[in-house]
Design a protein around this ligand. Structure first.
Ligand code: ADP
Ligand code: MG
Length: 296
């Protein structure tokens, strides 16, 4: 017996590097005419590496002290930035002090009690607010961001202690995949990121994206998707993180990067990229459209 085209497309999707979860998921994917992509872990490799360690002079911390407390606080986080910090501390052979009372806020950062001190690590813009004492930390973060780094601010017992610079490479296939998605949908792809505008523009320029929204919390990504849908678009959201999960669920179709993607993102998505290759996303759109054409 021959398989119906929709079922055949779902069965074949694995060979194209994606998993399409259902016939309805395939149908929704075929209808999308605008693409929104997350930055960290989606356009970039998601294997960011620690590049700079900058304790503030007033903190009394050496490079390794700053890195060790940050790594202790980040230890329980599954965010790619957290892995960069923890891996770098391990590579330097640093002993991580024990951490307790870990909390994480998607799109913001983490906090934990390390050796009796409250340590926060995360977005400089959000952790610093407009605290005048923090000017030095803000300037350091800005210097790193101008070089395309994602800056992670480390705060110890409420006082800025230093800034870490994380370098994340664009996926080698990102620019080609973005160009194909733009051509397939006939609309410019949108970059949605929780990272700062300087790092966002840096990555967007490399990937060929001009519509950039930075500094977004998870609910802001949802709002951006909804706004595009209210303008008559059917949005395909592509993301990897816990912070993308609500937008993946809110979009007409959600695609999660499977490689280092978070479990929540995988659950919230209609399709999953199983080969760690962004080129599978335009391939999946084509596959879905062809299958639907055969049915109609
Ligand atoms: P993106 O949307 O590009 O995937 P995220 O929303 O995951 O980025 O993160 C946005 C920002 O929040 C990061 O650039 C960082 O400043 C901060 N952040 C989030 N999680 C962490 C973490 N575990 N450690 C440090 N900073 C974090
Ligand atoms: Mg991400």
């Amino acid at each position: 017996a021959t398989m119906p085209p929709m079922l055949a497309a779902i069965a074949n999707s694995g060979r194209h590097g994606v998993l399409i979860k259902s016939a309805r998921a395939l149908e929704r994917l075929a209808r999308c005419d605008r693409v929104a992509l997350d930055k960290t872990g989606t356009l970039t490799e998601g294997a960011p590496r620690l590049a700079d360690v900058r304790p503030l002079p007033g903190s009394g911390l050496r490079d390794d002290d700053l890195l060790a407390v940050a790594a202790a606080a980040e230890h329980a986080s599954e965010h790619p930035l957290a892995s960069a910090v923890v891996d770098a501390a391990r590579a330097r052979g640093l002993a991580l002090p024990p951490a307790a009372d870990f909390t994480s806020a998607p799109g913001l950062g983490v906090a934990a009690t390390v050796d009796g001190r409250r340590v926060e690590a995360g977005s400089p813009a959000r952790l610093l607010g407009d605290d005048p004492d923090a000017a030095e930390a803000a300037a350091e973060a800005e210097r790193l961001e101008e070089r395309g780094r994602t800056a992670v601010l480390v705060v110890v017992d409420g006082a800025p202690a230093g800034v870490l610079g994380i370098a994340d490479r664009l996926r080698p296939e990102a620019a080609a995949a973005v160009a194909r998605l733009g051509a397939l949908t006939g609309a410019p792809p949108i970059l949605l990121t929780g990272d700062n505008p300087r790092a966002a523009e840096h990555t967007a320029a490399e990937a060929g994206i001009t519509d950039v929204r930075a500094g977004l919390l998870p609910e802001d990504k949802v709002a951006a998707v909804r706004a595009a849908e209210e303008n008559g678009h059917r949005v395909l959201m592509v993301g990897d993180g816990v912070n993308d999960a609500p937008a993946l669920a809110a979009a007409t179709s959600g695609t999660a990067m499977g490689g280092a993607g978070s479990d929540l993102a995988l659950e919230s998505a209609d399709t999953v990229v199983v080969r760690d290759d962004l080129g599978a996303v335009p391939a999946a759109v084509l596959l879905a459209r062809r299958a639907r054409t055969l049915v109609v």
